[in-house]
Design a protein around this ligand. Structure first.
Ligand code: TYM
Length: 332
């Protein structure tokens, strides 16, 4: 049997991952590592596309590693590493920039969304070229599957286009990857603004469940989440976006289907349902937060795991980069 390769990445841009990161992506990373050859990357170079305090970048990179381990990534099953420790990412990133058209890059909605906050003129060039570095992250490992949330779909499409173009022009070099996007949890929404995705850059902290927040803080956020019209606990994204989002969260964490939850809470009000979701989330996250804090108390151990991961990643990445250079006609 051929074991498929998986690659994904996450930015170390805050002290804590949020529930959207976990349910949309990392939960699938954990599930896929058993039967796949998995590479998971903390993409610190991507984090530099916005102003970053050096001490914070370091702290958040280590916090990301600790959270990934606490969430279930096993260094025995997966290759966990930091992007900047594998220089081939930048090198293939440049080749991808030379493959991509300006108009094509200009169509990326994440750039438009993120740059609209500061105005495109003050956005970093790196924010614009970010998707080509992401393509390199994926293609270096010849990944078959890329588990991500819905917001990354367009970047995966671009990666597929760039890989296909390179292969057609210079000969078979890259595996064409597929997005692995689980419909049920691909977009977890903000608790206060349930038509927008839960996001690290959300305007209000009250709408974002942080994995590292104290249990009582998260319980309060869920109990205080926006109240939809009506009183019935029913999945209806149009009429009841807040309750639908909480049903999605409950279902993803408990494994109960949405319809089983609708029956369970039939005749009960929003208050009872929110309290049940709060309990579920808090008890689910409590051991993960404790484990993360424990792992963070031994930085040396974390750094050792990341160094081992980078060494393994480098051997795969170097082979791909060498082939790409050769195909392009560079003199070895
Ligand atoms: P990032 O760091 O913003 O998010 C990490 C992962 O979390 C998913 N996600 C969500 N899923 C569901 N609901 C949400 N509200 C939600 N918010 C975030 C994201 O889809 C992502 O899977 N560009 C990427 C990082 C990256 C990458 C890669 C991913 C760099 N190179 C190579 C895959 C492969 C990003 O900014 O993710």
């Amino acid at each position: 049997m051929i074991i498929k390769r998986v690659l994904s990445g996450i930015q170390p841009t805050s002290d804590s991952f949020h529930l959207g990161n976990y349910l949309g992506a990392v939960k699938q990373w954990v599930a896929l590592q058993d039967a796949h050859d998995a590479f998971y990357c903390i993409v610190d170079l991507h984090a530099l596309t916005i102003e970053t305090e050096p001490s914070l970048l370091r702290k958040r990179t280590l916090a990301s590693a600790a959270q990934l381990l606490a969430l279930g990534i096993s260094p025995d099953k997966s290759t966990l590493f930091v992007q900047s420790q594998v220089s081939q990412h930048n090198q293939l990133g440049w080749l991808m920039e030379c493959m991509a058209g300006f108009g094509e890059a200009n169509r990326m909605v994440q750039f438009k969304d993120k740059s609209s906050k500061t105005g495109a003129d003050s956005a970093r060039v790196g924010l614009f070229t970010y998707p080509m570095l992401q393509a390199a992250d994926i293609l270096l490992y010849q990944a078959d599957l890329v588990p991500v949330g819905e917001d990354q779909r367009q970047h995966i499409e671009l990666t597929r286009d760039l890989a296909g173009r390179f292969n057609a022009r210079y000969g078979q070099t890259f595996t064409i990857p597929q997005g692995y996007i689980l419909k049920a949890a691909a977009k977890i929404n903000d608790l206060q603004e349930p038509t927008s995705k839960m996001s690290k850059s959300s305007g209000s902290a009250a709408g974002v469940i942080e994995i590292m927040d104290a249990p009582e803080v998260n319980a309060k956020k869920i109990k205080g989440s926006i109240t939809d019209t009506g009183s019935q606990v029913r999945f209806d994204e149009k009429e009841k976006p807040g309750i639908s989002n909480l049903l999605t969260i409950h279902s993803a964490l408990s494994g109960s289907t949405i319809s089983a939850l609708e029956s369970e809470f039939a005749g009960k009000g929003y208050g009872d349902f929110k309290a049940a979701v709060a309990d579920l989330v808090v008890e689910y996250l409590r051991p993960i937060r404790n484990k993360t804090l424990e792992l963070l108390s031994d930085e040396g151990h974390l750094i050792e795991i990341l160094h081992q991961g980078a060494a393994k990643a480098r051997t795969v990445a170097a082979t791909t980069l060498e082939t790409a250079y050769k195909r392009l006609g560079t003199v070895a």
